[in-house]
Design a protein around this ligand. Structure first.
Ligand code: AMP
Length: 302
């Protein structure tokens, strides 16, 4: 099974109360790809500048991502900078320097257009729509977005929402998108916009799946230490899509594979905050993964 992801491939500067790390590997497509753990063929579409280190592309490739769809062009790579509050939950975005990302026109190689699974990571909704149009009918399309697009490009976002199967958003974004306070009402309103399934991420409080025949609430794994939560949402998406690809689920499947995918997303995402950048994800091995899956299941049964 193959998964195509289009998103940012970036350098992030992250400040926490303990430490600041400058220009480390980040971007939604980077976290997503590594989180798929080489279990499916992951095809990355993105753009980087001439400052982007080859070793970072090599790292993605060494983790099973096909990076031949990441174009290198003259200019600076996308750079995001944020500072976490003491609680390691709230963060302030200090800078978003688009660089070469400003003129990004995703090009999908001919041989990738038949990819079975499509993840439209958080980029301009028109670019997401452009990518979806180039594909020849994926089994399943999932979409991520953010407050920026909800505020600045609501019409474009509505158009693409009408064409995808799954939306992943955080609770604040779900409320902002729909104007509904209740998450159940927000999910209902989102489903009326197009996606048949909605995942509402609630950070340290876990995530909700509003499926076609059921609702599932999955807690987040309780971590001893949070170093840098940047990318946890994209890591969740990577684990979620890996799970669906491995089970061969499509949009007409019942909720069963989606419920399992919620657990895989949660377990995968739990490794991300344990290190800066993608370091936490790089530490995942089979035994550690299984141990956390057992912990999670243990948290969910009476
Ligand atoms: P998350 O913590 O899951 O929200 O993801 C954070 C990642 O998203 C960082 O690695 C950033 O480089 C990337 N990011 C932040 N803002 C944007 C944006 N406007 N467009 C695309 N990617 C972004």
């Amino acid at each position: 099974m193959s998964i195509l992801v289009v998103g940012s491939v970036a350098y992030d500067t992250v400040a926490t109360t303990r430490e600041t790390r400058e220009r480390q590997l980040g971007g939604s497509a980077s976290f997503f790809s590594i989180a798929t753990l080489g279990a499916a063929e992951v095809r990355c579409v993105g753009v980087v500048g001439d400052d982007f280190k080859q070793e970072d592309l090599d790292l993605l490739a060494s983790r099973g991502a096909d990076v031949s769809g990441i174009k290198r062009v003259a200019g600076k790579s996308f750079h995001w900078s944020g500072r976490y509050h003491d609680d390691m939950i709230e963060r302030d975005t200090l800078a978003t320097e688009l660089g070469v990302f400003a003129d990004f026109q995703p090009e999908i190689p001919e041989s990738w257009r038949g990819s079975e699974y499509l993840f439209l990571a958080n980029i301009h909704p028109s670019l997401q729509a452009h990518v979806l149009e180039a594909m020849s009918g994926p089994r399943l399309t999932a979409l991520d977005t953010m407050n920026l697009w909800i505020e600045t490009t609501p019409n474009e976002l509505r158009t693409i929402l009408g064409k995808v199967d799954v939306l992943l958003v955080n609770d604040g974004e779900a409320r902002q998108l729909t104007g509904k306070r209740s998450l159940a009402h927000a999910a209902e309103a989102i489903r009326a916009m197009g996606p048949t399934r909605v995942i509402v991420k609630k950070g340290e409080h876990g995530a909700l799946l509003f499926g076609t025949e059921s609702v599932l609430a999955v807690p987040a794994i309780i971590l001893d230490d949070v170093v840098d939560p940047t990318g946890a949402g994209d890591s969740f998406a990577g684990g979620f899509m890996r799970s669906l690809a491995l089970s061969g689920a499509d949009r007409s499947s019942d909720d069963t594979p989606y419920r399992q995918a919620m657990l895989d997303g949660t377990v995968t995402a739990s490794f991300c905050p344990e290190g800066f950048s993608v370091e936490g994800l790089l530490g995942i091995d089979d035994a550690g993964y299984q141990k956390r899956m057992n912990t999670l299941r243990g948290m969910m049964v009476p």
